[in-house]
Design a protein around this ligand. Sequence first.
Ligand code: DAS
Length: 367
Amino acid sequence: MTPTPTRLMSALGCALALTLLPGLPAHAQNATSTAPAKKAQVVILATGGTIAGAGATAANSATYQAAKVPVDKLLASVPELGSLAQVRGEQVFQIASESFTNEHLVQLAKRVSALSKQADVDGIVITHGTDTLEETAFFLNLTVRTTKPIVVVGSMRPGTALSADGALNLYNAVATAASPTAVGKGVLVTMNDEINTGRDVTKAANIRPDAFKSPWGALGMVVEGQTHWFRAPAKRHTVNSEFDIDQIQALPQVDIAYGHGNASPVAYQALAASGAKALIHAGTGNGSVSKDVVPALRELRAKGVQVIRSSRIDGGGFVIRNAEQPDDQYDWVAAHDLNPQKARLLAALALTRTQDAKAIQRFFLEY
Ligand code: DAS
C-alpha cells in the first residue's frame, strides 16, 4: 500500500512523539521513521442514542427512533474507521440516554475500567445518546483510573437523515482515541469537529449539530483524522482522581430541584423524604435561594441532608460561596462552575467518601 501523506505524517508524527513523549502506548512505541506505525487497538462500546437512531425518511432529522442500530451495523456504516485503528465493538446497552440510571453509569464505568487495563486496548470510544452524554463523560472522568484515551460520542441527527453527523463524529472519536496526543487528557467528547473535556462540556441546544459547548472553551479539534490541541484540562481527573469505580458498587441518591419565581419548599422536602442524601439546588443567578425555601433547606441540613447550590444559568461563570446565602453559617456547599446535572454526580461520589460539607466543598473546587 503506497503510504499516503497522512499515513507518512502519522508515522513520522508517532516517531517524533516517541522522542518527545516517553511512556507512549504500544502502538506508538513501535513507530520508527521507516516502519509503518502499528495501528492502535480501539474498542467501541455502544449504548444507544441518536447515533444508533433511524428515521422514517431522509428528511426526518429531528423525528426518529433512538437506539435502533446495533454496534456491528454502526461500525460497518463507517468503513473508514479501519484506516485509523484496529476497531472492535461491544453492545453494552441499547437505550435512549434520557433513560440512563445510576446503575447504567456504574456498569458502563466498570466495563471501561476493565478494558483500560487490557494490553490489547489502546483507546476506548463510547457511543451514547446526547441527552445525558455530558453526565456519563463527567462520571467516567472522575472514576476511571487510566491515562488511555476515553472518548464519548453521539450525534444530533440519525444516520438515515440528510447531513447526518454521526459518521464523522464517530470517525473523529476513533481518530482521537487512537492518537497518542490524547493520552492523559482525561475523558473527551468529540462532537461537530471539536474535542471537549467531559468535565466542562454540556448539551446547549436541542436539535442542532453544534449543540455541545464548554463554558471555558474546547480543548481542540479533529480535522481529517488529525487532532489539534489548544488547551489542556485544569481540574483533577482519571489517574489523579480520589474516586475509583473499581471500589464503588452503587451511588447514593442525590436529586435536583429547580429554583424559580414563586418557589416553594415542597419539592426539596419530598425529595428528601424519598431518600435523597443530598439536594442540588438549580438556583437562579448565583445559585440564590428564595427566602420561602431557605428555612426548609436549613431544616433538612440539620437532619443530615447535604445542600449544594448550583445555578440554572448554564456556563456563565461559577457559584460563589457566601454571596447572598451564608454558606459557612448554613453549612451548605457551593457547586463552583458545575451545572446541576454534573453537581449531582460529584455529590454522589463525594458521599461515598465523606458526610462532611467542608470536605465535599473541597471536591467541588478540585474536580
Ligand atoms: N433521546 C436522545 C438520547 O438518547 C437522542 C440523542 O440525542 O442521542 O440522548
